[in-house]
Structures are given as C-alpha cells and as structure tokens.
Design a protein around this ligand. Sequence first.
Ligand SMILES: [Zn+2]
Length: 306
Amino acid sequence: MATTKPSAMAMPSHCTASHRGGSPYTRPARPPTLGEDAVRWILARVREGARLVLAAVWAGPSRGSRAARLCVALIFRREVAPIEARRLLAADLNALHNGIAWAVVERDRVLRRGALRPHLRRLEKLQREIARLDSLCARRGGPHCDTARGAKSRLWRLLGEWTKEAAKFVVRLALQYRAAIVVDTPESESMQELKQSGSYPADRKALLNFGRLRRLIEGLAAWHGATCIEARLYSTLCPQCGTKMTELQNRQVRCPRCGMEARRDEVPAMWAQRRLDGLIGPANPRRGPAPRLVSGDSGPRSAAGS
Ligand SMILES: [Zn+2]
C-alpha cells in the first residue's frame, strides 16, 4: 500500500478594506468578512480532507487610499498518497508569448498534445494603453497616474488569472493520465540576456513570468500527490543525436547530422520520451540534475527524417 506524505496549500492572503479614514490599528467599524472566492477556496480544501494548520490575520494601510485593510492568510494541510507515474507530461514553458507547449508521452508514443496561450491581443492592447497612460502621467501627472496604475493592476490580474488556470489545467491533465510533470524553464541567465537584448519586443517582457507558473504547478502537483520534475527538454537540440538543429521556416527545425525534422514545439516532447526511464524509472532519483547530453551523444536512432 502506498504511504502518504504531508502536503500543504496556502490561501493567497485575502484582504478587505475595513473602514475609511482611520488608523489601521484602531478598532474597525465593522468586522471584515471573507469574500465569496475565499469561502469557496476554504470549502474546497475541507472537502479534500485538509485541515487548517495556520491562520494569520494582520492589519495595514491600503495602497492609494486612507482605508485600512484587514488581511487573512490560511495554510491547510493534508496527507496525500503519491501517484506512481507511468507517463510524462512535458510542459515547455520557454516562452509564454508562444504559449505553453505540452504533450503526454509514453516511451514510444505521444498520447495527446496541445498548447495553452494567453489572450495575447487583449494583453498587448492593454500594454499599449499602459504606455500611453504612462506618458500622460509623466507629462500631466494627477489623475492620469491613477488611471495608469489601474490599467497596470488590470494587466497583472489578467496574467495572474491566466497563469492560475494554466497551472490547474496542467495538473488536471497529469492526474488524468497518471503522468509525472516535467517542466522546462530556461536558465535565468539566458532569459536575462533575452530580456536585455534588443531583439525581444519590449511589450512582451511582461509575459515572461514563467517562474510563477512553475511554482504554481509544483505546489498544485504536490497537493494532489503528483510528481513535478524540472529538467531541460531542448527544442533546438536533436533528440536523436544531440546535434544543434537548424531553424527552418514556420518554426520547423532540422538536424544537419541525422536529418531529423520536426516542428520546434514538438521537440521537447521527444526529449521527454527519450528521458522517460531516467526521469520516472525506479532506479533513478525523482529530482536532481538533468542527465547531461553532449553533442554527438548517440541516442536511439531511427530513420533519418522521421
Ligand atoms: Zn540528429
């Protein structure tokens, strides 16, 4: 019988403005109440058999107004039986502006694949609006700065909601297929270079918050007993021979050495297939550095161009 292990989940701090004009340290005019979302969140945890292990309440000033805020944060805990993974769910988070490319794989077949994309046009429109309001704020100040702040929080809220939904989707899929999740996030230095290089569109920089997405996936997976592994799943190295692939048109890549050709988005899933035994096999640790692969490492070869 599978042993269980403890798993914790925190309710994001939930704040309510309690009264106007007073100090946050005086008695509020009326006691703060939890919003419907918070209540739903708590009920869902209770239904999952979790119990409250920590509750914190604090008061503080709210941003941009004289109202005091009362905030509540809760941590629930439960025992969960780890799910023994039979497959891998490869999630390539490399560039959120292209969406998350995901695939459920077994050693020799891809069961399902797809991509999750934020509503880019809506986000970009909002980003242009923010740039316009920012320049108005710089020139004229006053109410324009408030409007700009409002638009920025709307952008962050949209991105935050999308990220949360994407994490839920990935974990649900992993549970459905009894798959361990493999997330590939780029090394921070290479992202730093990308962000600083002029080649990356400035208005898309805001979309690169895959660190938060990865943390959400990890937390949610742990809560449900699923495994989440971080490993490099290359999209530009040939999964058959490890050679750097050449980019063709339409996000197609081709290996100059063995001739393998694929859509760039599909290559990470091929790496996941190749690493399946290493990542979820019983003889291997679930976590740790990704197996090193150097150019020229002979992997399983199939017919060129397959
Ligand atoms: Zn190759």
